[in-house]
Design a protein around this ligand. Structure first.
Ligand code: G3I
Ligand code: 9MR
Length: 535
């Protein structure tokens, strides 16, 4: 077959670390020759041939790989594959830290109840919206409306959902707990950057201050703070429908208990308050183990409904036991241990395992500790095996392509980073970097999936401020949901295949929205890589 010049080369668009594996992919079933040219000297520094690696079923395409791992000197290069347009790529030590800062800064852009000043938000400055100074309880009109201020907007919408907020907050707390040195010397220009605390802790506090307001007097936690219907694509201060706290739910209450327990370990001065909140939440959940949340009849916003709560119970109990140094209770939780699964808003027990491994080695007998460690290694080894067999050498499987698939990839990478931290098996880091490569361009859509980063990144994200602000560029640093073929919105997709069904359009909330629980593992992974990779 003659190669056609329209063939594309897909490659990490953010740049590589000097000593990471470097692969470019081509959707092609013929072997091609390729050349890498150093742009500074204009000399060819590598000449080789692509290797056929089979068909990527989820994308329906035959794939060839150009292995350019041999390029290790920092610089800019041109990759010219026979029959395809050339691509520029960079090699940089400390490559991911800038993107990390943008990914965490996205949480500042998501702050509810405050104006974003041009000094911090640049051209994305905006007036304050959603003060939430007096929010009543939907189903209990007799209860007084209370302040439920601050917090992060969940996503492209303006509501605040406890369940999703829980996993996001935990993941950021985890990032800090695992990499305090990195965070104690890093600033990304938020209003609190001038104070003594690490910026990430100030960002987390913004949300915790809201979260504590969602607990009712009886210890239960309202599932969400929401309007009855989603707002249109308007700026926060223009989205003025009334907001309510909805019914309490067991899932929200347990997520809350877990996060408050972890926060008690991090914020010494608030320890007693957070532990108290967690204890009351756990007690409420014990008494109401099956208050599954369903949208009230007149509520049409995100449901975050979950009816399997063993994982939430386990996670909350693990975190509370760690924070109260209760070895006995902790041992009970790890006695019977389900396999490690990729974390998501609906599946959280692996978060508890991360806490056990990183925060509780002193509380457990070594045999119990080892059991948790083995569970994580089993998971990590499985990902490595998947990677080795994959046409793109990425640990991705069909079932990863759900709403928020890019976050599935980042949550996998987070667990791989955690495994790597415990046992420096290079494959774990390779697999996590392969996933970073995937979201930054080593996929077959042509996109880097983080707004503002890469030669081609999403422009029309399902994010109300980006859609409404009259600024051409979207708010930067957001990871979009990513390819999946559920087609839950009304857009016309370029493909029905899971890994190709992605659309950079406002209408595509099922592939092009952004969300705090998707950015959080991106933050974790980029922090972990930046904090621990050799220059
Ligand atoms: O539970 C089923 C499972 O049994 C089945 O095997 C699987 C097959 O696809 O689907 C599972 O349900 C999925 C559910 O998430 C749980 O993962 C649904 O298909 C899927 O449509 C649903 O997507 C959620 C979406 O809201 C719609 O409810 C996303 O996970 C969730 O991230 C997203 O969150 C929204 C909020 O509601 C509102 N704010 C924005 C945010 C991001 O888009
Ligand atoms: O904009 C909403 C987005 O944030 C949600 O994730 C999504 C699914 O719950 O729903 C979006 O809102 C859409 C609504 O569900 C149906 N009408 C069109 C709305 C988007 O413009």
């Amino acid at each position: 077959k003659t190669p056609t010049s329209s063939d594309s080369v897909f490659i990490n668009q953010w740049g590589f670390l000097p000593h990471q594996n470097k692969l470019a992919v081509l959707s092609s079933d013929t072997v091609r020759s390729f050349t890498v040219t150093d742009l500074k000297t204009n000399q060819a520094v590598m000449k080789s041939k692509t290797e056929l690696s089979g068909t990527w079923q989820e994308a329906g395409k035959a794939v060839a790989l150009a292995d350019i791992s041999g390029i290790t000197s920092p610089g800019e290069y041109r990759l010219s594959v026979e029959g395809a347009s050339p691509r520029i790529f960079a090699v940089r030590p400390d490559n991911y830290a800038t993107i990390h800062d943008a990914a965490i800064k996205a949480f500042y852009f998501a702050r509810a109840g405050v104006a974003l000043d041009p000094a911090f938000a640049g051209k994305w400055h905006r007036p304050a919206g959603h003060p939430d100074t007096a929010v009543g309880v939907l189903d209990s009109p007799d209860l007084p409306a209370s302040p439920r201020q601050k917090g992060w907007y969940d996503a492209g919408d303006y509501n605040k959902y406890v369940v999703n907020s829980g996993i996001s907050t935990y993941t950021l707390l985890r990032a800090y707990l695992d990499h305090p040195d990195f965070y104690n010397t890093r600033y990304w220009n938020i209003p609190e950057s001038v104070n003594e605390r690490a910026d990430i802790l100030d960002e987390i506090l913004w949300n915790l201050e809201w979260l504590v307001t969602m607990q009712a007097d009886d210890g239960g936690v309202y599932h969400k703070l929401t309007t009855l219907d989603f707002a249109g694509p308007v700026m926060p201060h223009e989205a003025t429908q009334p907001r309510y706290a909805t019914a309490k739910s067991t899932a929200a209450t347990l997520n809350f208990a877990a996060v408050m327990s972890v926060a008690a370990r991090v914020f010494e001065d608030k320890r007693e308050m957070y532990l108290d909140a967690a204890r009351q939440a756990l007690e409420w959940a014990r008494q109401h183990p099956q208050r599954f949340y369903r949208n009230e009849q007149n509520v049409h916003t995100g449901e975050y409904g979950d009816t399997r709560l063993e994982d939430e119970f386990r996670w909350a109990r693990i975190e509370y036991a760690i924070s109260t140094s209760n070895s006995e209770a902790l041992r009970a939780q790890v006695q019977t241990l389900p396999a490690v699964t990729t974390p998501s808003w609906a599946s959280v027990e692996s978060l508890g395992y991360l806490s056990v491994l990183n925060d509780a080695s002193a509380l457990l007998a070594s045999s119990s500790y080892r059991k948790v460690k083995t569970a994580l290694f089993d998971y990590a080894n499985r990902q490595v095996d998947i990677m080795k067999d994959h046409a793109l050498r990425v640990p991705a499987v069909t079932s990863d392509f759900v709403w928020g698939s890019n976050a599935v990839m980042m949550n996998k990478a987070m667990l791989l980073e955690a495994a790597y931290a415990l046992d420096k098996t290079p494959y774990y880091r390779d697999a996590s970097l392969a996933l970073v490569d995937y979201i930054s361009g080593r996929n077959l859509t042509g996109f880097s999936f983080v707004s503002g980063f890469g030669s081609r990144s999403p422009r029309f994200i399902h994010h109300r401020p980006s859609q409404a602000d009259n600024v051409a560029d979207p708010v930067p640093g957001w990871l979009v949901g990513g390819p999946q073929n559920g087609h839950q919105d009304q857009c016309k997709y370029p493909s029905d295949l899971p890994a190709m069904s992605y659309l950079d359009a406002w209408c595509s909330y099922s592939t092009n929205e952004v969300a705090i629980n998707w950015n959080a593992p991106l933050v974790y992974v980029l922090a972990s890589i930046s904090a621990t990779s050799d220059p």
